[in-house]
Design a protein around this ligand. Structure first.
Ligand code: SF4
Length: 187
């Protein structure tokens, strides 16, 4: 029997090919915790779509519905215009919760569907995941699933899965509209 792994799920689209990849060597179990998603209507839409994808996949997912947007903003707003730092804090918030869940369940491995996205900083996710794994005496599985990106998009289109137009937070929505510019170069 394959080893269980807790997989943080950022959205349904990213879960499709990530799970197909992981199923070859693990027994993956989804874990939802995304207080970064803004506004709340968007959060509910992505949550519902993730549920639909897991039904299609025939896989189980655990839901942490804590929508601690105030805590998320208090940790990320001070560095909001530095996208690298902001995303690192966002990764940390979500991966730490995932590690806590894995630890409670006695499951030694954890990872995230964010490794599927061509829009994420994979090196930063790996660095933070490893630091958290050390803290909880777990194993973090880094991956690079960007070559599956197109395939995942095609399947999500066929399945009529909602595909979001921005990463998730208010700042990323404003960046997409060109209303929130990075000041990293000025620092
Ligand atoms: S852009 Fe995405 S990863 Fe970065 S802070 Fe916003 S929601 Fe988090």
């Amino acid at each position: 029997m394959n080893e269980k792994i807790i997989v943080h799920v950022c959205c349904g689209v990213c879960a499709i090919t990530t799970f197909r990849f992981l199923e070859e060597k693990f027994e993956p179990i989804g874990f939802w915790f995304n207080p970064n998603i803004h506004p709340y209507e968007e959060y509910k839409k992505r949550l519902q779509n993730a549920g639909y994808v897991f039904q299609k996949l025939g896989r189980s997912i655990e839901w942490d519905m804590e929508y601690s947007i105030d805590k998320w903003f208090s940790l990320t707003t001070p560095v909001a215009k530095n996208k690298n730092l902001r995303c690192e804090r966002c990764y940390e918030i979500r991966l730490e919760k995932t590690a806590q869940f894995a630890s409670e369940k006695g499951i030694r491995f954890f990872t995230t569907t964010m490794f599927y996205s061509v829009h994420q900083n994979l090196e930063a996710i790996e660095k933070i995941g490893n630091l958290i794994a050390e803290k909880y005496s777990l194993n973090f599985l880094p991956m690079d699933l960007r070559s599956y990106y197109q395939k995942g998009q095609e399947i999500s289109k066929n399945w009529l899965v909602y595909r979001q137009r921005y990463c998730g937070c208010l700042f990323s929505e404003l960046e997409r509209e060109g209303l929130f510019n990075e000041d990293i170069k000025k620092r």
